[in-house]
Design a protein around this ligand. Sequence first.
Ligand SMILES: Cc1ncc(COP(=O)(O)O)c(C=O)c1O
Length: 445
Amino acid sequence: MNLADFVLSEYGTASSIPAPINRMMAAFAADFRQDKDINVGVGYVNERTIPRNLISEAMQAVIAHPEKYKVALNYGGSQGSPNLIDSIKKFHVENSIGGLTQEILDRNEIIIGPNGATSLLEGIAHVLPPGIVITSDPMYYIYCDFLERQGFEVVTVPEDDNGIRTDVLREKLGGSGLGTRKNDVRFFYIVTINNPTGTILSNERRAELVQIATELSINVGRKIPVFFDKAYENLVHDPTVPPLQSGLLHDDYGIVYEIGTLSKILAPALRIGYMIGNDCPFLRAMIQKTSDVGFSAPLITQEIASYLLDHHVQRQIDTVNQGYRQKARAVKGFIEAHLGDVISSCSGGKAGFYFYLTFDGIQTTEDSAFFKYLSRTTGDVAIDGPDTDKNPRVIYLPGEFCVHPHGDLVEIGKRQLRLSYGFEEVERIREAIELMSEAVDYAKR
Ligand SMILES: Cc1ncc(COP(=O)(O)O)c(C=O)c1O
């Protein structure tokens, strides 16, 4: 007897088909050759930035001091380890991160996500009802794709060199834009150092965004939160960038939340993400959500992170940034030398580990000649190499996946790509860029 398949929720149905980017990455990963293929597509941190010895030292210290790190191998509380919360507070105040003071932090709460910043982002989409989410274009595709599967409508606003364009945002929120649908805006999601573009949201824009969200809240008669995702905020490695200010400095109504992660400065595998913001029913729902999905982040990694923040963080951040600074400079040089003639713009390279390139007249989409050359799927054995031993392949993140499919940048997105200088070493990235230059020549044929 033929039975119908399980009944899936709308989210389940939407999630049963892999997101385009996941499908592409999985296809590539399936036969990735470590010593031959080059991955400038993945958002992994550089292995050399991960402080293995310090993590080992921290683990031993945590186990050896149960009087401070109580029950470190047991379940934790769902708000997060008190040690870690204190360490995060101290880390911000002592280093004046974002200009945050003891007074501002005392006025707000800190919670630890069950599994990195990603799990907090996911939690937000569960405790807030579906509606419109405002973000910038290009967008952080991983979260935006999830939001849409979860039933939200993502409305994107293009960015310029200073981040999301607040003039366009005001227009969209005005009468001729969303009109009465502005009542459906659930939250703003703003990545302060954008993924994929590496664009740094200026301090003026931060203040203005909070102002716009405050005005909209007053207009619709209910608080509309702004979530600043500051995943890369500790990775500003260009000395010309002025100190960045937290959105919390401008928050009069308790609508600003900041989401941070220790993935990029310590290790993604610790899975430590945190959120700072006003205590209210929303925040308490987020804590309950952590309990619901696994009680707490693993307490042992929270305590390790606390130890590292207390003892080693500043030197660790300096070392990490020194590494990325050098790589960014070198990679920028390779881009100029090999692709300078065919790109019309290049953002990023000042913080985090992405460059975002716009090509002149060269398509970067999955079905383009450029992509086929680099994935060795042209069908021409002289280019691809024999099936048993394909020539070196390069994986990058095509812009078509980074721009909103119904936004204003669909066409230009087809000529863009994100190049990560995080994971691979400089020499491999040089090779990748040289191959991209060959791919340009091939695409022009
Ligand atoms: C913008 C942004 N937010 C969040 C994350 C994920 O952080 P976590 O490792 O803490 O889940 C990333 C990782 O690449 C990111 O780029």
